[in-house]
Design a protein around this ligand. Sequence first.
Ligand SMILES: C[S@@+](CC[C@H](N)C(=O)[O-])C[C@H]1O[C@@H](n2cnc3c(N)ncnc32)[C@H](O)[C@@H]1O
Length: 265
Amino acid sequence: MTTNPTWDPAQYLRHAGHRARPFGDLLARVPELPGDPPRIADLGCGPGHLTAVLADRWPTARVTGYDNSPRMLADAAAHAGARLDFAHADLAGWAPEETYDLLVSNAALQWVPGHLDAFAGWLDGLAPGGTFAFQVPHNIDAPLHALMRELGNGVRWKSRLGHVLRHEDSVHAPGVYLDRLARLGCATDVWTTTYFHVLQGDDPVLDWVKGTGLRPALDALADDPEARDAFVTDYRDLLREAYPSAEYGTVLPFRRLFAVAVKGA
Ligand SMILES: C[S@@+](CC[C@H](N)C(=O)[O-])C[C@H]1O[C@@H](n2cnc3c(N)ncnc32)[C@H](O)[C@@H]1O
């Protein structure tokens, strides 16, 4: 069981260019929306810069970004405008309070246990012909996660970290999403893409993970900076071996899962 960790928007945005690319690839597959003007929700909007992209892509739409991190929402507020606002919501219990033409979620549902079972309720709030589109990391078996779990479940850290790290079942297999959404009456397109991000700087994979997957461990050890630094140092050394740097940078292969589900009329 994991809960939403404490987010650091500045750390998260350090790799904003790389992280934004899958969002563009997701939106490229969203068909014309039924509403005029369309109503759009961004579920797990984070610091709001990609929610603003939705307002640009659909220039008459009213867009709301939902998140339950006060720090992320505080950053997102800078993007608010006449057609774009942000609100606190816990996706674990969220139900659409009005009819939407597009529900979109980028890199957030992996933090929401039970999200698959929320889909039926979310689709109830979607207009016929509307789209539910999401992207989640599909790399829990990649070294950056496997090494974190291996270390966290080792003798030294297990009692403090064994229960906080994200587990294999935080994201389902692609076919599970396809089956669920198709059975809910959606024309569904599911695919995976592996990006090969070329990162710059010292220990860039550690820097990347500090913005996302490592946050639960950083939270759990926040009251013990010495222990936190020891854990991060051990993890950093493992990452250096798994992701060696070359003269042009450090390659981070990163597989992501996409789903675009169009609700039947
Ligand atoms: C990796 S960030 C992605 C942010 C943004 N969608 C993007 O792509 O830049 C994950 C976001 O999901 C939010 N989140 C995680 N669990 C949540 C929940 N149960 N309810 C609402 N938001 C949640 C976090 O607060 C965080 O802002």
